[in-house]
Design a protein around this ligand. Structure first.
Ligand code: UN1
Length: 483
């Protein structure tokens, strides 16, 4: 049964006035998962107006009460994890355990951020003057635009919307047009948890709607996750109006396997990092650097294990990876691999001509070895493709890992603490995993990248308040005394 899509505007589930939007399963594109009309331009204006109208009341609601709404929403999400997890797998294409896991992760994020309602609201400082104290208080930005990608249709929105709300902002949210159903589920949980009308508005639609949202003069902040191209363009537009931006963008994350590493452990983790969610994570392992003495053995085992991965219907048990999000994405990935092979990349397994299930947007998990600089080494493909290079020395291995315009995450495999410390100092990344896969982000610690991967304050944990609030420095003296 096809589910009907609606936008949430001013507390009402509203049928769109724009073009028809269908979300189709990437594993079976003939199946329409959900459909409805996109929010029209005037409905976007209504959504921003509703968020503006609700802003003052919400900002003055005690933070503890704002957090309590998030806790109730988390419970609603947990109650529905089975059904919504299945819907997520169907709509986005990741496997069912990953889909259900992501829904539960959204609840976990809400629970963590709810606690921010009870944590410190600012700081108090000594004054150089007698009879005075200096307070740094925090205030919400106001109306925040939230623009989110397809690949974590509920977890990423949760980790933007939850801190936005608990810190007292109201929100207008434009999710990726490929995953509107899961967006509706998160909005539903928050709405049913008792969020006042207008505090969270969901507008379903395409990129043009997102552009109009970011350009709206009543929007006071933008938080974005997606490609570096779109992120920088939106950030530029927001910055032109003097609006703060938090942008979490692409990655080309390296796993570095040094000669002393536990190779079995490294193999398991590289498989997870590169091929879970079909490599469609900004934190996915898309580059592998192996130190020469162990390279032949490691790459042989890697090719065997990758060839044995099961590609198929993400709802079927035992399947390791599903399709990529769209035919356009699949064709782009296959073309990049084909071009790379034409330019001399050696295919270790998978590849554009490998057999894949019929019907969906499937890409065989692929490993290619390169001898030098190449687009496959440089460009983010956002698919199940791992580019490998060998390093003659540890120094060369680190230099290759660092050889990217991106700086989101990296994984280092070694048992030598000295080398781990060197990587901590030397690698310009936002997230470093020592002896674990490059993907993953816990809700209570900062998340975000360096270089082309990130812009503005980090996400998650207590770090999120840096973006979602601004400070007022208050010089406070009693009215009756003169210092
Ligand atoms: C993860 O590694 O589990 O878009 C999270 C992305 C990132 C989130 C990654 N913003 O893939």
């Amino acid at each position: 049964m096809t589910i009907e899509l609606k936008s949430l505007i001013g507390g009402r589930w509203t049928e769109g006035t724009g073009a028809l939007l269908e979300s189709r399963s990437p594993a079976a594109p003939g199946v329409v998962v959900a459909q409805g009309r996109q929010a029209g331009p005037e409905q976007l204006l209504d959504a921003v107006a509703a968020a503006r109208a609700a802003a003052r009341g919400w900002a003055r609601t005690p933070a503890h009460e704002r957090g309590a709404v998030l806790l109730r929403a988390a419970a609603i999400i947990e109650e529905h994890a089975g059904v919504w997890g299945e819907e997520l797998s169907r709509e986005e294409g990741k496997t069912l355990p990953e889909g259900t896991g992501e829904v539960l992760r959204a609840a976990q994020v809400l629970r963590y951020q709810a606690g921010e309602g009870d944590r410190e609201a600012g700081t108090v400082h000594h004054s150089p003057r007698a009879g005075e104290q200096i307070l740094v208080t925090r205030k919400p930005l106001g109306v925040v635009a939230v623009v989110t990608p397809f690949n974590f249709p509920i977890a990423i929105p949760a980790w933007k919307i939850a801190p936005a709300l608990v810190h007292g902002n109201t929100v207008v949210w434009k999710p990726a047009s490929t995953v509107p159903l899961l967006a509706m589920r998160l909005a539903q949980a928050l709405h049913d948890a008792g969020l006042p009308d207008g505090v969270l508005n969901l507008v379903i639609g395409s990129g043009a709607l997102g552009d109009a949202l970011v350009d709206h003069p009543d929007v006071d902040g933008l938080t974005f996750t997606g490609s570096t191209g779109v992120g920088r363009a939106l950030a530029g537009r927001a910055a032109a109006r003097g609006v703060p931006v938090q942008a979490e963008m692409g990655g080309k994350n390296a796993a570095v396997v040094l000669a002393d590493a536990d190779l079995d452990l490294a193999l398991e983790q590289v498989l997870l990092g590169a091929f879970r969610s079909s490599g469609q994570k900004c934190t996915a392992t898309s580059r592998l650097v192996v130190e020469e003495p162990v390279a032949d053995e490691f790459l042989r085992h890697l090719a065997e294990r990758v060839s044995a991965l099961r590609l198929g219907d993400p709802l079927e048990s035992g399947v390791d990876l599903g399709p990529v999000i769209s035919a356009t994405a699949r064709d782009g990935i296959l073309k990049a691999v084909r071009d790379g092979i034409d330019d001399g990349a050696r295919l270790l397994c998978g590849g554009p001509d490998a057999a894949v299930p019929t019907g969906g947007h499937f890409v065989a998990p692929t490993v290619v070895e390169l001898d030098g600089e190449a687009p496959l080494w440089r460009d983010e493909l956002f698919g199940p493709v791992l580019a490998v290079r060998r390093a003659a020395t540890v120094e060369e291995a680190f230099a290759l890992a660092e050889d990217s315009e991106f700086g989101l995450s990296a994984a280092l495999f070694t048992q030598d603490l000295t080398l781990a410390l060197e990587a901590m100092e030397g690698l310009d990344v936002g997230v470093l995993h020592v002896n674990s896969e490059s993907a993953g982000a816990d809700p209570h610690v900062p998340f975000g990248g360096a270089k082309k991967s990130g812009y503005g304050p980090k996400e998650q944990g207590q770090a999120a308040r840096e973006f979602f609030t601004h400070t007022t420095t208050v010089y406070l003296r009693g009215g009756k005394t003169r210092p």
